[in-house]
Write a protein that binds this ligand. Structure first.
Ligand SMILES: Nc1ncnc2c1ncn2[C@@H]1O[C@H](COP(=O)(O)OP(=O)(O)O)[C@@H](O)[C@H]1O
Ligand SMILES: [Mg+2]
Length: 235
């Protein structure tokens, strides 16, 4: 397994957000976590990338234990986080935003090479490389946030609600990008309230209900599961 969460719990003070969750991400896979607002999806991604501490359990990534490490150390090990709400730096240009993704890298040629690859994948980012991020549309900012994460040359990409607030055609573009990135060997953890999209893209899915694991299984099986269809697919 590339990533293993073993029996993890997350709390904010006295508020328990996630309880006794175990989750695996195989090398090359797309794993999704679906669930309603407040279920604990963002908390799980933040725990993976070292932004919130665990109240219990362990996280192993690429052969070593990572819970307790700083976010920088975890980035350096090959995990990149595309946060909920994109969080690009509004007063920096597109290119400056992309370069922040590579802040820990010392391989200058590799960074320039990856910047070129990001510009090839996201043509609009190249056209707008000197434009301030805050002047970009929501879809362009999402692409920028993904591009910035790719600039750390990750093995695992965490994506928190990439489709949120975007028009259906842009969501479709993002879906294609996720598939392409994964086809080139990057593993993905995709958090979504858009369960239809998530189950279409993922190999394996976890369904979270108010901090507890309700169901898990192959994404196509969960897509046909009656409870999932009623609660998350609006069928
Ligand atoms: N910084 C925080 N401080 C206190 N409670 C929080 C914080 N972040 C999230 N929570 C709580 O943790 C629970 C899970 O939230 P979150 O992980 O954001 O869920 P989701 O991403 O599934 O909407 C919610 O009850 C939320 O109110
Ligand atoms: Mg969230």
């Amino acid at each position: 397994m590339l990533l293993e969460m073993k029996d993890i719990s997350i709390s904010y003070g006295k508020v328990s957000a996630v309880r006794n969750l175990s989750l695996n991400v195989p090398e090359g896979g797309i794993v999704t976590i679906i669930g309603g607002n407040g279920a604990g999806k963002t908390s799980i991604l933040r725990a993976m990338s070292g932004m919130v501490p665990l109240a219990g359990g362990e996280i192993h990534f690429d052969g070593s234990r990572i819970d307790g490490l700083t976010s920088d150390r975890i980035v350096a090990k090959g995990m990149a986080h595309v946060p909920e709400g994109r969080r690009v730096f509004p007063d920096m240009t597109v290119e400056e935003n992309l370069r922040t993704g590579a802040f820990l890298r010392r391989d200058k040629d590799g960074v320039e090479n990856d910047l070129e690859k990001v510009f090839q994948r996201f043509v609009r980012l190249r056209e707008r490389r000197r434009q301030l991020a805050k002047t970009m549309s929501g879809g362009e900012q999402q692409m920028l946030a993904i591009g910035r994460a790719l600039m750390s040359a990750p093995k695992l990409l965490l994506m928190d609600e990439p489709s949120m607030g975007l028009a259906p055609v842009i969501v479709e573009e993002i879906a294609v990008i996720i598939e392409e990135i994964n086809a080139q060997g990057l593993s993905v953890v995709l958090v979504e309230q858009n369960a239809e999209l998530a189950l279409e893209l993922a190999n394996h899915a976890y369904v979270l209900e108010t901090g507890n694991l309700a169901l898990e299984g192959p994404a196509d099986e969960l897509h046909d599961n009656e409870h999932v269809r009623a609660a998350y697919l609006g069928i």
